[in-house]
Write a protein that binds this ligand. Structure first.
Ligand SMILES: *Cc1c(COP(=O)(O)O)cnc(C)c1O
Length: 412
């Protein structure tokens, strides 16, 4: 994008955003914005998300500044919010889809199928057939059985062999136990593809989501290089796509991850201008762009401990505590009980437990968390709730996660 104004115009005009209200917000103004929504739009006091489209743009710029040679394919599973997908599409992102429905939702935003990778190494035959019918022509595999299905339903599809590099064992969600060809499986799989006259154009990997040890990128890029060499040795057409997957977080660690990737690309793929490098960031793009506001619907005082019930929980957005091993934080927003100091900065704090709304005791969001004294109808605001939250929430007990509204803001 040439300028910020141009990017802004593209975002507010994007499918998924167009026609919806986008409110201006100052960079540190999310508290004020959330309070304005609470007072003007939220009579029913339902939980709601705020999506900061300005943050989406800033993250996209950050990616392009640090890794200009790596084309991002946003991993839709991380957060499929249509306005978010539309904004990313308008900024020029491509997409990683793992299912028929994810492909449908990206295509419905007007994204052309050549900007989609079907990056699920094990796909249902009906989904492969669908990908062929809409012209999604790039996918991954890590087994002979997958090659047979692709041969049957989508023989013209370009393929990336998903390899298992040495995983980042300390990643929040390691993926290596489920996906990726072992080093000794690479040559036989490439030969199987060759025998079926399928086109393997490159290599993909994923070092694990929420990675901490960025050396894993280097080791995986080295493993990818070996697979490129194996293909050449087998007399296959030269590979030219390197897909470095996800695993990135957006904080200060991103600079370190990006430099590790850049150095490894230089060491293992120097002077190879023909090689296209892509990535599948999920968490990086989504995590900090969404803030969740929840209403305190119940309270109990037990000695010095304060217990609160809020209207989202483990079976909803906070499933990330279980499935994504997330540590979440929140800020109080006192509407009724402390109007003159709504963020309660000056107030005395108590060891507090925060429960979700369902009738399961597992549905506990925070324990031993210091909070000021809150009352029913106050709010708790959770920042950084964009990654693997609403996307994996359920309908349990009638609390419908997918029904949570998202208000759009644009900070600058
Ligand atoms: C989940 C997933 C991603 C996104 O991973 P993040 O760690 O969120 O960046 C990318 N690629 C594939 C194949 C995935 O399964």
């Amino acid at each position: 994008m040439a300028s910020s104004l141009e990017a802004f115009k593209a975002i507010v005009g994007a499918p998924g955003v167009r026609g919806k209200k986008v409110s201006a917000m100052s960079k540190d103004g999310s508290t004020a914005f959330i309070r304005s929504i609470i007072s003007t739009e939220q009579e029913s006091k339902e939980a709601f998300y705020v999506l900061d489209l300005g943050a989406v743009e800033a993250l996209f710029d950050k990616w392009n500044r640090n890794l200009p040679m790596v084309q991002p394919f946003y991993a839709v599973k991380c957060n499929p919010n249509p306005a978010f997908l539309g904004a990313l599409a308008a900024l020029g992102s491509s997409f990683d889809c793992a299912s028929k429905v994810e492909i449908e939702s990206v295509l419905s935003l007007g994204v052309s199928p050549d900007r989609i990778i079907f990056a699920n190494p094990c796909k249902a035959e009906s989904h492969i057939k669908y990908a062929a019918s809409v012209g999604v022509n790039l996918t991954t595999f890590d087994s002979k059985e997958e090659l047979d299905k692709i041969k049957k339903w989508h023989p013209k599809c370009a393929l990336l062999i998903r390899v298992k590099g040495p995983d980042d064992g300390s990643a929040r969600c390691p993926l290596g136990a489920k996906f990726g060809a072992l080093p000794e499986e690479v040559a036989p799989l490439l030969q199987a593809a060759q025998a079926l006259r399928l086109t393997v154009t490159g290599v993909s990997f994923h070092i694990g989501s929420g990675a901490m040890q960025f050396i894993a990128y280097r080791e995986a890029i080295a493993a990818a290089k070996l697979a490129f060499e194996t293909a050449a040795r087998l007399g296959m057409p030269e590979m030219h796509v390197l897909n470095i997957g996800g695993g990135f977080t957006a904080g200060s660690q991103f600079d370190e991850a990006a430099s590790t990737v850049k150095a490894a690309l230089q060491d293992y793929f120097p002077n190879e201008p023909g090689v296209i490098t892509m990535a599948e960031p999920g968490r990086f793009s989504a995590e900090s762009a969404f803030t969740l506001a929840t209403n305190v619907i119940g309270k109990r005082v037990r000695g010095d401990i304060r217990e609160y019930w809020i209207n989202d929980g483990i079976y909803g957005s906070m499933n990330c505590i279980l499935f994504d091993h997330a540590t979440i934080t929140c800020m109080p927003l006192a509407g009724s009980s402390n109007g003159c100091d709504p963020t309660c900065k000056a107030a005395r704090s108590y060891d507090s437990t925060v429960f979700g709304p369902t009738c399961d005791a597992l549905d506990t969001v925070l324990k031993g968390y210091r909070l000021p004294e809150l009352d029913v109808d106050d709010w708790l605001v959770f920042p950084n709730m964009g990654a693997y939250t609403a996307a994996a929430g359920s309908n349990f007990n009638g609390f419908n996660t997918s029904g949570i509204l998202t208000y759009l803001a644009y900070s600058n």
